[in-house]
Design a protein around this ligand. Sequence first.
Ligand SMILES: C[S@@+](CC[C@H](N)C(=O)[O-])C[C@H]1O[C@@H](n2cnc3c(N)ncnc32)[C@H](O)[C@@H]1O
Length: 247
Amino acid sequence: MSDRTGTGGFDPSGIDDDAWTELEKQLEATIPVYDRVNRIMTLGFDKGMRRHVRNHAKSGMNVLEVGCGPGSFAVDLVGMELTCLDPSTEMLKVCRKRVDAIRNKRGEAPAKYVEAIAEDMPLPDNTFDRVFCLFSFRDFKDKKQGLSEIFRVLKPDGQLVICDAGKANKIHGLFGRLYMMTFVQWVARWVTKDPNHPWKWLAKTYTHYGTHSYYKKMLNEVGFIDVKARLLFPGMSSRFKAKKPQK
Ligand SMILES: C[S@@+](CC[C@H](N)C(=O)[O-])C[C@H]1O[C@@H](n2cnc3c(N)ncnc32)[C@H](O)[C@@H]1O
């Protein structure tokens, strides 16, 4: 970990406690307009990106979503045993109401909800076939520790799929920053009617987020195999996938 004082508490490996506490407050403030802003700022591509990630799981699997937020992804996991984990009480409240209402309509058992951070999950070893992290990996306090915990709770041969802001390399990151600092800010301001909208903080997490090669190396160091990274069309999001070895 490098010295984060010059960046307000952020670097590609994680976020200092004070900056993370403020970030969580800002993330909670996005709840009422979260899906709408995402849809507009991705020009509607968010649906396809989520579907692509979801297709890594099959009906009957035991699945964990880390950083489930208001349930935007969890809601469409059909026919699976589901655990939703998030450190925010407010996010989990919204997620539970939304996800269990739909699960109930589909005749499925309610999901389990766990209030915790990825870095310290009160979940047993070797439990899940799939772990998903959508737009939450960027917010981890300590990314390597979070990945180690995910590795621990995955079953042997289980798979982690991460989808987050796209940053294939430093040049792609410059275009990403331009998009975050202009179009995304404009959309958030227009939808929230608030010049101090929370997407200002989300731009910070993007600025200090690492590249594909940075996180591929980290995943390998934690013990994952078959580590792959790619941009999802049209390049706004990155998808990482990695497996826990069989033995
Ligand atoms: C932008 S939301 C993502 C919501 C959802 N997964 C989606 O598909 O849109 C990020 C979520 O990550 C959660 N989060 C932040 N830090 C976390 C950590 N260290 N461990 C797990 N979740 C975290 C936040 O509370 C927030 O609900």
